[in-house]
Design a protein around this ligand. Sequence first.
Ligand code: DC
Length: 227
Amino acid sequence: MKKIVVAIDGFSSCGKSTMAKDLAREVGYIYIDTGAMYRAVSLYALRHNLMNEETIDEVALQKEITKIEITFRPNEQGHSETFLNEENVEKQIRTLEVANGASRVSTLKFVREHLVALQREMGKGKGVVMDGRDIGTVVFPDAELKIFLTASPEVRAERRFEELKQKGMEQPFEEVLSNLKERDFRDQNRKESPLKQAEDALLLDNSTLTLQEQTDWLLARFQEKTK
Ligand code: DC
């Protein structure tokens, strides 16, 4: 069967990573979570005092960007985890603080260039499912299968709220919703590679779909492209 690149882009918290992981497991592809890479840069910047709530020390971050090594390794259950300079940071990168920082560092051209180059390297042998905001438009404009995933802000905030609660990191719903809207705005309006649907991407609104319906839909699209 021919190997392809699957690009899944869309808004935050609409289930891109669940969808991408499920497909990768089902068809034996490698899953690459590009959001985790922006989060790892954010964590690095926060830890090294290169960013606070108001400003980013862009000059210092640019000098250090090549020192930020990001890799993915499977854990004992076979789930991919994010490593920053050899340290497993999978849990640390999932906080709201790091997510907000990721949304801010992802507006910087030199950060994007560095991460896009790494992502292209990771996907050059094909057989990957990559999720993010610019995979179908910038990272792999020639990807054979492109999906643009969306759901209403309220549905996405509800899912995120439940996820945080389950992880013991509960936040008021209103805060989760306003944080999500703020990130949507920044993702869509930044100068560098704003979030938008590629012309040849298939649009899927999963607001009212079950996980199974979504998985079946994606698998059918994948089979069409690889047969
Ligand atoms: O998908 P996520 O929430 O883990 O992404 C974190 C941030 O990184 C998000 O605000 C948008 C940004 N991002 C990006 O700009 N480009 C990508 N390919 C992936 C994520």
